[in-house]
Every structure is written in C-alpha cells, then in structure tokens.
Design a protein around this ligand. Structure first.
Ligand SMILES: Cc1ncc(COP(=O)(O)O)c(C=O)c1O
Length: 496
C-alpha cells in the first residue's frame, strides 16, 4: 500500500497545518537568501499583503470574463501598467497568464497561426538564441514549430549575422531575451528588430525575467540598450509578475503591439455542448487570486518602491560580481547588465561543480549550468544581507576544491559534469525521461541526483559520491543520474 491515503475522517485544522509545516522542514530557506533562483521574496509584510489580496479572489475564476467583471478589470489594469512600463502605446494589448512558460508557449502558437493565416506557412520554424529559455523548445515541441538555434557571439549575445543567415521562408518569428535566464545577458534587440522589420518577421522579446526590473534600472539612470516597444520591430513581449514584479506565483503577462496579432492567440469553439466557448490563453480556469495579488503588488510598491528595490538589488549584484571576479580562477560570463549572471572556472584545476557541492554543504541552494559549466545567480532583495557570507563561503569552497582536486570526481560534481559532457544527448534524454516517469509514476519516487543504484554495480567504476538517499519510507529512489553514466559507460564499452 502507498503511504498516503484519504483519511477516513477529516482532520483538525491545527493538525493539518502542523503537518504541512513539517513537510517543508527540509526545503531551502529563501527567506534567508539561500536560494539563487525560483523565489523572489520581499519580506513577510509584502507576503502578507499578497496573501490577503489573493484570499479576496481565492475562489474567483477568470475563465469567463463576463462573470467576474472585477477580474477583467484587474487584468486590464495590470496589462496597461505593464504596457506603459514597456513603452508601448495605446494599441498594445495582452492577457495575463499563469507564468513565463505559458506566455512563451502562447507566443509560439500565436505566431504559428499568424504565419499560417497571413503567409500560408506550412512548416513553421522559429529563430532562437542558444540561450533562449527552455520554454521555447517546449513550445516548439507542443505546437509543431521547429526551433532553429543561433550561436552566441563572444559576449554571449545572439549572433546577429547568424540570425540573418538562418531566416528562410518558414521563419515565423525571431526571439531575443531581455535578459536570458542562464547568463543574464540582454540580446541585441534593436538589431533583431531591424532584421524582423525589414524581412516582415515578428520579433518577440522574452522579458519574463527582466520585464519588471529593466525599466527600473533605466529609471535609476543606468543606460541600457533599447529592448522593449521602443524598438519598432518588436511585436510582442512576455514579462512575469511572479518574478521581479514580486507577485504571488501564477502571474505573467504577454502583450502584443497590436490586436491584429493577439487575435491569433484566441481559441473559440462554437459547437461544444457546454456552450459557445472562447478562451484567450492556455488555461481553462484562471486563478483570480493570482491576478489580485499581482495587482496588489504593483499598487503596494509603486514606481518609487520598484526603483528603490532595484537600486538595492543592483548594488548587491555589483558587489557579488566584484567579489567573484576577485577570486582567482573564476570568471563572470559575458557582461550582464541586470541582476542575473553566471560564473565559471577558467582554471583547469578548479572544477566549478565541485565548488557548487561545497557551497551546498554550507547550506546554499546552487543552480548549475552547462555549456559552459557554470553557476547561475539571480539576485533578489533577500540576498542583500548575505552577500558577504556567500563570498566568504565561495572563497573557502574554491580553496577547498584546489586542495582536494579529487572532490571533482565525486558527489554531484561527477554526475553533473559527466552529464554535461556526454555527447550522446538522445541517450541522456531517454534516461532523464525514465527518471521523470518514476517521479510521476505510481510510486511517486523522489529523484536522488547522486546516490548509486541499489543492487546495481557501479558499472563504469565512476565514483558515485555521497550515498545520501531519500528518507521517505518506501520511496527510496536509485541514483538516477548515475544510470545515465552507467548507460553511457556500458555503451562505450560495447563499442570498444
Ligand atoms: C527568460 C525566461 N523565460 C521564461 C521563463 C519561464 O518562466 P516560468 O518559470 O514562470 O514558467 C523563465 C524562467 O525563469 C525565464 O527566465
């Protein structure tokens, strides 16, 4: 029998809440600035406002904009505020979505249908920088649009000349990020806009990360290249409220320069027995609470609030980047202009994933990147108080790894390093798919990134690192990433 079942009789509120808190006890502490992505925490007072606002609309459903008119009003106001921040004119229009991924998916679907209707495009392709968020690849897979990846220039921006070469009659859109998730670099949007305009191809700016911080960086007097509706060729922008808009999770926006494009995002059914049905986005039921909390966040902070938060975040980012640049052997990638960046090792004897392992032992939640191997950092207000501590721990971790080069061959340094460099990506994909099947399969097994596979030999003789395992009774997951290594080693051996 599985460990959890519906209780026979209902439980007490206190009992339920206690257990929920208990479930959280091993989660990383974002309130103490331990997490460097995923959460944008502004403090208990702001959270409490979001929760109250969310509660007012807890049950309200924006599925039918005719039913809860107040939700449509909130959505309108949020879209208009967003459009103004992005320097859109009065024609810019859009919808709220559940998050960045939904916004990106919608753009793929919209431009596919736009190109199909306006140009008769049958085999759609989209031009993506190599650093485009993975949501774009997902959108391509869901909606049958082929992603055409563009290499980066030396500054990790999309290579504009390569964009020109890769455009063909099937190109339905060009993407630029402002900034990209992995390295926090803003693509040359003005140049992409010029290309799009001259070739009659829509240009989408993925500002899911930057949409609610770049405008305030500019208001601080820091100059940025133009990246929003000021660029004539830009036809749409995604901007997330649940990131630097400090809203509750489940809130993003997608706006278009004109309704002529937005209308291709809409879905209408006239024959459903449930009635004539129209929907502007991917979801059916749309959570009113997330709209109310997003609206409340914008109202609570106002322009002054956003500017002062941005100032604090940018100061922390600069301090952190300076500290990292001062550590011999480490290098900040490209020239990040906002509050997101990544750093890597430029010393063959310093394994960056081994450094990440040391940092995790000190209580930091680390985000690892590949191509190149690096560590990602998204700076938020929760980090201001921990910059010095992070830098001290980082220096000590770097020193430890220098003194213990063998640490690169164990723990997640070994598994992540190996995965990043295994050339057979299809095999990696198959194995990861299998892991996910286990995670969501009947037993809901938790993934353990580094432990060895119980009952299986470590076939390649590759060190497996910490043998730490999931502690949930009956839920022990094998060292899933090690399966990839084992499969790879087996394959290599069979070829030798
Ligand atoms: C540039 C960019 N686009 C899209 C997304 C996807 O957003 P979400 O995680 O809200 O779906 C992210 C998330 O970090 C992002 O950084």
């Amino acid at each position: 029998m599985r460990p959890a079942a519906l209780p026979k009789t209902g439980r007490d509120k206190e009992d339920i809440l206690r257990e929920l808190r208990n479930y959280q006890k091993d989660d990383p502490s974002y309130e103490r600035g331990r997490v460097w992505s995923l959460v944008y925490y502004l403090g208990a007072e702001h959270d409490s406002l979001l929760q109250e606002a969310y509660n007012y609309y807890f049950s309200a459903n924006a599925l039918n904009p005719m039913a809860f008119k107040s939700l449509k009003r909130l959505e309108n106001e949020i879209i208009w505020i967003t459009a103004a921040l992005l320097h859109g004119d009065g024609n810019v229009c859009g919808v709220m979505t559940s998050g960045g991924t939904e916004s990106c998916l919608l753009a793929v679907k919209t431009y596919r249908d736009y190109a199909r209707a306006e140009k008769g495009t049958k085999n759609p392709e989209m031009i993506l920088p190599q650093t485009a968020h993975v949501a774009w690849e997902k959108g391509g897979e869901y909606f049958g649009v082929k992603p055409v990846y563009v290499p980066l220039d030396d500054d990790y921006k999309v290579d504009v000349e390569a964009v020109k070469r890769l455009i063909n009659k099937n190109t339905i859109m060009i993407l630029g990020s402002a900034p990209d998730y992995p390295h926090g670099i803003i693509d040359p949007i003005e140049e992409l806009g010029r290309i799009g305009e001259s070739r009659g191809i829509p240009v989408h700016v993925d500002a899911c990360l930057g949409g609610f911080i770049l405008p305030f960086i500019e208001k601080l007097g820091i100059s940025l290249p133009k990246w929003d509706y000021r660029v004539p060729g830009v036809t749409s922008i995604s901007a997330d409220l649940h990131k630097y808009g400090f809203a509750a999770k489940g809130a993003s926006t997608i706006t278009y320069r004109s309704l002529d494009i937005l209308k291709y995002q809409m879905f209408v059914s006239t024959e459903w027995p449930g009635g004539v049905f129209a929907s502007p986005a991917l979801l059916g039921t749309r959570p009113g609470g997330a709209y109310a909390a997003a609206w409340a966040s914008l109202q609570a902070l106002g322009e002054d609030g956003f500017v002062s938060i941005t100032k604090q975040v940018i100061e922390s980012t600069r301090k952190l980047m300076e500290g990292i640049r001062a550590i011999p052997g480490s290098k900040v990638i490209g020239r990040p202009q906002a509050s997101i960046f990544s750093f890597r090792s430029i010393d063959a004897n310093l394994n960056i994933f081994a450094v990440a392992d040391q940092m995790e032992q000190k209580g930091w939640h680390m985000d690892r990147l590949q191509k190149p191997d690096a560590i990602h950092v998204t700076v938020t207000p929760a980090h201001s108080a921990v910059i010095e501590e992070y830098l001290t721990d980082l220096k000590n971790s770097v020193e430890y790894v220098r003194k213990h080069p063998e640490s690169a061959a164990s723990g997640s340094a070994a598994t992540y390093g190996m995965i990043a460099h295994i050339p057979l990506r299809r095999m990696v994909k198959k194995q990861v798919l299998e892991m996910f099947a286990q995670l969501y399969g009947p037993e809901g097994k938790m993934i353990n990134m580094t432990s060895s596979v119980p009952g299986e030999e470590n076939e390649g003789g590759i060190p497996t690192g910490h043998e730490e395992s999931d502690k949930t009774p009956g839920r022990e997951a094998p060292g899933l990433l090690n399966r990839i290594i084992a499969a790879y080693v087996k394959l290599r051996q069979s070829r030798e």
